[in-house]
Every structure is written in C-alpha cells, then in structure tokens.
Ligand binder design. Structure first.
Ligand code: ADP
Length: 250
C-alpha cells in the first residue's frame, strides 16, 4: 500500500515546533496534533503561534498602560478589580504605615489609603497635610491612591466598591480595639472583610505618637518616617520665630 506523500511515522518525526511551543502550552494539548500530517501540524502551529503572539502583545500593552498611569489613577471599576481600603489617622505617616501600604498594594489590585477626619482626635497635621505627605511617599506605587475619609468607614468601603479593609497589627494591645472595629464593620458592611497584616518586626514599636514625641523633643526621626515626613516634622517643631503660627499644632 502506498503511503500518503507527506506521511512520516509519528515516533520518528523530529518535532522542533512542538519543542518550541512547549514553553507556552500544556504539551498534552499538542499530542492531538501528532495525529495530523506534518503539513497540517505546521499550519496549526503557525495559527496557534499567531494567537499566542497576539495574546502576548495584548498583555504587554495592558501592563504598559497600567505602568504609564500616574499614581492615584483608578483602574476601571469592575467586578474583577479587587479594591481595598486602608484607613487611619496617619498623623503623621510612619515607615510602619508605608510597609503595610506596600504589602497591601501587592495583595490587592488597588488600594485606597483613607485619611480619617477625626473630630475627637486633636491632630498635629491638618487633613490636607496628611493627604499630601501620603501622596508624596506613595508616588512609586501606581495602584495606590489617597483619599480623605469622613463619616462611617463601612459606608465608605461600600461606596468605593472595596472587598476589604486593611489594618495593621502590632502588639497584642492593638487586638482588642481592632477586633471590635472589625466586628462592627462586618455588621455594617457584611460584604467587606477586614484583613490584618502583621507589622514588620522592625516597626513593631513604631507609632505616630512616638514619632511626634521624639520630634517634639528634638530627636531624629529619620529612621522612623519617610524623608518628606521627617522634613515636615522638623519644620513643625523648629523653634518658632516671632509671627509663625501653626493652627493645627496647637
Ligand atoms: P488609627 O488612629 O486608626 O489607629 P493610625 O494612623 O494610628 O490610625 O494607624 C492606622 C493603621 O495602621 C492601624 O491599623 C494601625 O494598627 C496600623 N499601624 C500603625 N503603625 C503601625 C506599624 N508600625 N506597623 C504596622 N501597622 C501599623
């Protein structure tokens, strides 16, 4: 019986094409192709190659677009975007906060750092100053944006379509308050989960209050806060010359 012209026994067929595509797909999918004649196989591989190339181009375009977005730009709202809110006073932001922000930004598609307007807490820095300091130190994080938060956190999280609230945990002493907050927020917004990130051991004893205390007494805070915040603290606690007035530090 005469063999078809382009027939090659499969076991002997050298298959550089399959070797090449192995890096992109599950080889089991390609086994089917072994039943095809070499000519058919090459045609199919070329077709698949075009599809993969297109997919790769689309992926590269998308990541270029995301990287090109200025810090603070939101991705389009959609079910696939996993957005989280990291609320706090950030008075001022510390390296402990920044560490939580960076880690949460890796876990979620988008992170909104929400700076609380807290009428009960006397803050050293005004809301605008805290927002600006955070904007400056999160510039390198394209999926982080800074917002101000007035009113109920649970409502805010719901409104922005967040799936989680991020909080940092330091010592056991943080736990009770955080537990209460998380329980209350779950009642108010059952769809939004609270997610705790353990502090980096380096920052376990770092808090905004300690930073303010050190700065007020003239100590160096360079190892505790981002450089722009250290600068702001030095300005704030510099010996006042006549006529200088800082309403929010009183
Ligand atoms: P709040 O007044 O809401 O406690 P803070 O600005 O003090 O706001 O803190 C915001 C969040 O960051 C809280 O969840 C707090 O536990 C967390 N946090 C503060 N400092 C650190 C740190 N050094 N390491 C990890 N988490 C921290």
């Amino acid at each position: 019986m005469e063999r078809p012209k382009d027939f090659v026994p499969v076991s002997l067929a050298p298959d550089p094409v399959i070797e090449y595509y192995k890096q992109f797909v599950d080889v089991s999918l390609l086994r089917e192709n072994l039943k095809l004649t070499p000519t058919e196989r090459v045609r199919k591989m070329q077709e698949m190659g075009r599809v993969y190339a297109e997919l790769r181009r689309a992926g590269e375009n998308l990541s270029r677009q995301i990287q090109a977005q200025p810090a603070g730009t939101l991705l389009p709202m959609g079910e696939q975007v996993r957005r989280a809110v990291y609320p706090g006073s950030f008075d001022p932001p510390t390296l402990g906060h920044l560490d939580i922000i960076q880690r949460a930004a890796r876990l979620f598609d988008e992170l909104i750092v929400a700076v609380a307007v807290n009428a009960q807490k006397q803050s050293l820095f005004s809301l605008q100053e805290r927002v600006q300091m955070l904007q400056e130190c999160c510039r390198h994080l394209p999926n982080v944006r800074i917002a101000s938060l007035e009113g109920l956190l649970a409502r805010f999280a719901d409104q922005v379509g967040a799936c989680a609230i991020v909080r940092g945990l330091r010592a056991v002493s943080d736990f009770e308050y955080e537990f209460q907050m998380a329980t209350m927020n779950r009642q108010l917004a059952p769809e939004v989960d609270t997610c705790f990130l353990m502090t980096h051991q380096q920052y376990a004893f770092l808090s905004s209050s300690i930073v303010k205390e050190v700065a007020r007494l003239g100590g160096s805070v360079d190892a505790l806060v981002p450089p722009n915040v250290a600068h702001k603290l030095r300005e704030r606690f510099a010996p006042k010359t006549a006529g200088t007035h800082h309403p929010s530090s009183e």
